[in-house]
Design a protein around this ligand. Structure first.
Ligand SMILES: Cc1cc2nc3c(=O)[nH]c(=O)nc-3n(C[C@H](O)[C@H](O)[C@H](O)COP(=O)(O)OP(=O)(O)OC[C@H]3O[C@@H](n4cnc5c(N)ncnc54)[C@H](O)[C@@H]3O)c2cc1C
Length: 303
């Protein structure tokens, strides 16, 4: 793996390159060892070039959004971590109720833009700490809404570095699932359709949902949100709580005492702590309730 050549190539393509950055600083869990190379990429053409280079040189890569749904291993990530450098880019209103946005934009900013333009439909997403691209990949959702409800299409990069237009039906968004998980394509930009609404009412709903999160979720500790997917017919948090695991701790990782669906980094947790805690919870819930809990959080890198 010629990482030096990749770093030089990416810099020539106007990317920002950082070596050996701790993934604990790039994820909301605040856990994870170093990434060989982190490349912040300004636009789709540069991303396409970097992906083609990685393919030609057999360099593994991981696409990073805001790192809010990831558990990175303690030994970090070999190869390249790629990320959009478009967190603060401006969304565009392209018709009365249609918005386009770059995938690196924070979901928070997108929601504020929709509110400021009196467009309803994204209130559910206010408070989900991801990027637009990560939200599409995960079909992020909350409080009865999900990205599938508002997505019209996406501009994507294939793993071969081609830029393609993908309509929403081909993205096959489902509960915490999208076709991107199979194709490996990267979202570069999205088009969303919202409904004309009342600015004050939209703002009030967003405020209400943030208050709910603050009341119910352990936002005072680093985490990756709900740790397990919702098993059909159950709530993961309720199963964990009924298994007597609220507050259960392994090293610095803990099942939140406030919300048993969250695993928190209580105190200098390692990825090994979280992984062990996850296995213990899965085993106890399976034994007591006969239900298999599947992590919603993605485990990446070397453990
Ligand atoms: C406090 C807290 C509350 C949360 N609440 C919710 C909630 O209510 N609902 C919910 O659904 N989630 C919630 N989450 C989880 C998380 O915020 C979402 O899953 C979010 O969509 C992840 O986006 P991200 O940009 O951080 O992606 P990351 O965590 O960086 O990546 C997640 C996956 O998406 C892929 N990805 C990222 N960007 C792209 C891209 N541009 N193209 C293709 N793939 C990409 C990555 O490769 C990775 O596989 C919460 C997390 C926290 C910490």
């Amino acid at each position: 793996m010629d990482m030096k050549a990749l770093a030089m190539y990416a810099e020539q393509a106007n990317c920002r390159v950082t070596t050996g950055i701790s993934m604990a600083t790039a994820t909301t869990f605040r856990i994870g060892g170093p990434a060989d190379l982190l490349i912040d990429i300004p636009h789709a053409e540069a991303a396409a070039a970097v992906l083609r280079f990685c393919k030609a040189e057999n360099i593994p890569w991981l696409w990073l959004g805001n790192g809010s749904n990831l558990l990175v291993g303690d030994r970090g990530i070999r190869g390249a971590v790629l990320r959009w450098d478009t967190r603060r880019s401006a969304p565009q209103l392209v018709s009365e109720n249609t918005i386009t946005a770059e995938a690196g934009l924070s979901l928070q900013r997108l929601c504020l833009f929709a509110r400021d333009n009196a467009l309803a439909g994204l209130e559910f997403a206010y408070g989900i700490p991801g990027t637009v691209g990560g939200a599409v990949y995960m079909n992020a959702g909350a409080y009865g809404g999900q990205m599938a409800d508002v997505l019209v299409s996406a501009t994507c990069l294939t793993a071969q570095g081609e830029i393609v237009h993908v309509p929403d039906e081909d993205l096959r968004l489902d509960y915490r699932h999208s076709a991107l998980m199979e194709t490996g394509a990267i979202v570069a930009a999205v088009t969303l359709r919202l409904q004309p609404g009342d600015k004050e009412a939209i703002a009030a709903r967003m405020k209400e949902l943030i208050a709910k999160r603050q009341e119910k979720q352990p936002l005072e500790y680093p985490s990756a949100g709900s740790f397990f997917k919702r098993p059909t017919g159950y709530f993961a948090g309720a199963l964990v709580e009924q298994s007597g695991l609220k507050g259960y701790r392994v090293g610095g990782a803990q099942v939140s005492e406030k919300h048993a669906g969250f695993v928190i980094n209580r105190e200098n947790a390692t990825a090994a702590d979280v992984r062990r805690l996850c296995a213990d919870v899965q085993e106890k819930v399976r034994t007591l309730h006969g239900v298999s809990l599947e992590p919603e959080v993605q485990f990446v890198g070397e453990f």
